[in-house]
Design a protein around this ligand. Structure first.
Ligand code: PLP
Length: 386
């Protein structure tokens, strides 16, 4: 019987689920087995083995994730960085060159600038907002272009349509880290991106209780990446697959709620006399608001801001919050607050951070599922100490 899977919310519940149900179990059980009895498989990659990412928990999850972004195929990994590193190490070899957006998650920046030079892979950074500047950075050995849907931590939205166009015109593979938007707000394959990457540790799982990654997009590329993953060993454990699978079912509800609360908080902060600047693409005065409105179904649950009192004020504010936990990471049901200069981007030098526009006093807030009124009351109280 064909299921109508027209809306993302239905896809998140039903896509990839086994039919008939296994022993009638409504929830896909955890197949906590490293290896599986031979059933006539002939090739190495057909054998069912946990590091080959082909246990029943992996297969179901891959189908659900591919359907969520309308990609051809998907693959889960042991962390977001495993998704990013395995993808790039599959597509790039010594002597190759990649163009990357100049403001990226700190771990990705470190991978590109610390690990890749050792491997003979070159990187040049581009302003995601200025496509006219990209051709000058192109080289004969450029193979890929890499951006983030909403950049961490400044919430910039690159010219995503231009990225896809530029990649096609120059035979580059287009790769986007879609962690901050999630499939609820943006589905990169629909816009022509070759590969969409996620730290599934964040919104996809949503409960801050596992590390996981996901790669969604072109089936031919994902098959190659899956082989590299089996060589490098970054497969996701079946129990973590189960938790990610469970988290995905509520993704739509969670992210739409977080979109709404984040906009309410951003508007509150924008109007507060102790706040110097707010970075949130849902605000009309955000430099990329029009682009975000055109491309996204929502503006996400992440925002960052500067207080007029600088670093001291930021530290006081964070220490006086009672609901948000002072912790790195994002995308969970509980609000989290951090200073990127001291956490996600601490691996960069102060000069690199300054060039990327990340000040020591920038506060980043990941909106959870608490009521907006309570979060605002907490902000109001903490701001009174600043
Ligand atoms: N991409 C983005 C945008 C992130 O924020 C993070 C982690 O914070 C990662 C990738 C890396 O993910 P993980 O910590 O799951 O390896």
């Amino acid at each position: 019987m064909e299921k109508p899977l027209n809306h993302l919310d239905t896809v998140l519940i039903h896509a990839g689920e086994p039919w008939p149900l296994i022993e009638g179990a409504v929830t896909l059980p955890i197949f906590q087995s490293a290896t599986f009895q031979h059933q006539g498989e002939t090739g190495y990659y057909e054998q069912r083995y946990v590091r080959l990412s082909n246990t029943p928990n992996h297969v179901a999850l891959h189908q659900k994730l591919a359907a969520a972004e309308r990609g051809q195929s998907a693959l889960v990994t042991a962390s977001g960085m495993a998704a990013i590193s395995t993808t790039l190490l599959t597509l790039l070899k010594p002597g190759d060159h990649i163009l990357a957006q100049d403001c990226l998650y700190g771990g990705t920046y470190d991978l590109l600038t610390i690990e890749f030079p050792r491997l003979g892979i070159e990187v040049d950074f581009i302003d995601g907002d200025n496509p006219f500047s990209w051709p000058a950075r192109l080289k004969k050995n450029t193979r890929a272009i890499y951006v983030e849907t909403i950049s961490n931590p400044l919430m910039q939205v690159p010219d995503l349509k231009a990225v896809v166009r530029f990649a096609r015109e120059n035979q580059l593979i287009s790769i986007i880290d879609n962690t901050f938007a999630s499939p609820v707000n943006f589905r990169p394959p629909e816009f022509g991106f070759d590969l969409s990457l996620h730290s599934a540790t964040k919104y996809l799982n949503g409960h801050s209780d596992i590390a996981a990654g996901a790669i969604i997009g072109r089936a031919d590329l994902i098959e190659r990446i899956s082989r590299t993953l089996s060589h490098l060993g970054g497969a996701l454990d079946p129990h973590a697959c189960f938790l990610l699978h469970r988290g995905l079912k509520t993704l739509g509800l969670r992210v739409r709620h977080q979109n709404q609360t984040a906009l309410t908080l951003a508007r509150f902060l924008e109007g507060h006399p102790k706040v110097a600047a707010v970075n949130y693409p849902g605000l009309e005065r955000h430099p990329h608001h029009r682009r975000a409105r055109e491309l996204f179904d929502g503006f996400g649950g992440m925002l960052s801001f500067e207080l007029k009192g600088g670093l001291e004020a930021a530290e006081t504010f964070i220490s006086k919050l009672s609901l948000a936990v002072y912790a790195p990471s994002l995308g969970g049901v509980e609000s989290l607050v951090t200073r990127p200069a001291a956490s996600s981007h601490a691996g960069m030098t102060p000069e690199q951070r300054q060039r990327a526009g990340i000040s020591d006093s920038l506060v980043r807030f990941s909106v959870g599922l608490e009521a907006a009124d309570d979060l605002i009351a907490d902000f109001q109280r903490a701001l009174a100490f600043v």
